[in-house]
Design a protein around this ligand. Structure first.
Ligand code: UDP
Length: 372
């Protein structure tokens, strides 16, 4: 009999397991995949850590969380500066003076601000109610049309006029020449890969892979006092109130016999016609160097295609619009009645969490239970 059965060896599960073990609890972690790490899993291909379930760039404003993850990995100085490709025209992201200069030929912040103001006025948006209105009122119609609309509609499979505006708040707008995508105090990629970082979190913890909790729930439940479930909350309840919507992602990964494909870790394809949303060239997360600091003759790229989740796919992004948020609330009511089971993580809490937020959530739960 374990104190805790933790379902899911992703970040939430690994952090919670680490904390439970630290206070002397007995813990078993299971995951249905053959590997730990959940969606932050990386695998070494041609000397390159490939982010198999999508690019993950660690960033946080919390010194506490930064210090926490640094116990498990040393982080490099990678700074995310994606490039946008709109029909062959290249623009800097996030929206900054380089972007405005390329788009309008403006040179000073005053000129850029005036141009944005003029477009905002022309669009006549005063009280933005959805992502489209929010975007236009933030950056004007040119940027919305070239750099936001196509990308967002591909990623979410819905018109921008039907998406919540909070999604776009991730994207900063700056009147400076600063290409750093994240407004974060701390940022980097764990040297040695995310898998190694999660392995370090799980050091000394019993982990069984290839185990599907929902298939044998009663049997697993009998093994522990409490269960921490990090899978999809609607799947846990057999979708009995209807399925929550998720976006899924498919990756087409290729090894190329050339050292440099696109010169950057991420290039976003922001037009509506290109079927993929972005191409990740994994080696640039580590400055093109292999584990021993060597130059690498090859490169690995992943084209990312976004699709509506259907049973059998991997759920990636919760769709936190009004309809789904209401349905989630109903599932959350059910979850609150499950006294033995704790729901956590991006899927368990149905939240568009960043990694630092997942870690904070797992630490808060550990703190609530083990009270330090
Ligand atoms: N976005 C956009 N154009 C871009 C990049 C992002 O319009 O070139 C918007 C889009 O609405 C997207 C949101 O910003 O859903 C967040 O994008 P990000 O790449 O940060 O999301 P991730 O997939 O990395 O979580």
């Amino acid at each position: 009999m374990y104190d805790f059965l933790i379902v899911g060896a992703g970040l939430y599960g690994a952090v919670f397991a680490h904390e439970a073990k630290r206070v002397g609890k007995s813990v078993l972690v299971i995951d249905r995949r053959p590997n730990i790490g959940g969606n932050v899993y990386t695998e070494l291909v041609e000397g390159i850590h490939v982010h198999k379930y999508g690019a993950h760039i660690f960033h946080t404003n919390s010194k506490r969380i930064w210090n926490y993850v640094n116990q498990f990995a040393e982080f490099n100085r990678f700074t995310n500066s994606p490039v946008a490709n709109y029909k062959g025209e290249l623009y800097s992201l996030p929206f900054n003076m380089y972007t405005f200069n390329k788009l309008w030929g403006v040179v000073t912040p005053q000129e850029a601000a005036a141009k944005i103001e003029e477009q905002k006025k022309a669009a006549g948006v005063t009280n933005p109610k959805n992502l489209e209105e929010q975007a236009i009122s933030l950056v004007g119609s040119d940027i919305y049309e070239k750099l936001i609309k196509g990308y967002t509609e591909k990623q979410w499979g819905r018109p921008c006029s039907q998406l919540p505006s909070f999604i776009i708040r991730r994207l900063p707008v700056r009147l400076t020449f600063d290409n750093n995508y994240f407004n974060a105090l701390y940022q980097g990629i764990p040297m040695g890969g995310y898998t190694q970082m999660v392995k370090n979190m799980l050091d000394g913890v019993e982990v069984h892979l290839g185990e599907d909790y929902l298939q044998k729930k009663a049997e697993y439940d009998a093994m522990a006092e409490r269960v921490v479930y990090t899978g999809a909350i609607d799947a846990y309840f057999h979708f009995k109130m209807g399925p929550l919507e998720y976006r899924s992602v498919r990756f087409e990964t290729e090894i190329l016999d050339q050292p440099n494909f696109q010169g950057n870790a991420a290039v976003n394809y922001t037009d509506a016609e290109t079927p993929w949303t972005r191409i990740i060239e994994h080696k640039w997360f580590e400055f093109g160097k292999g584990p021993d600091g060597q130059d690498l003759p090859k490169t690995v790229i992943s084209r990312e295609y976004s699709s509506e989740w259907k049973p059998g796919d991997e759920p990636y992004y919760p769709v936190n619009d009004e309809k789904n948020s209401a349905l989630y609330s109903a599932y959350k009511e059910l979850a609150n009645q499950e006294t033995k089971v704790i729901f956590g993580g991006r899927l368990g809490e149905y939240r568009y969490y960043d990694m630092d937020q997942v870690i904070a959530s797992a630490l808060a739960m550990a703190n609530r239970l083990f009270g330090e």
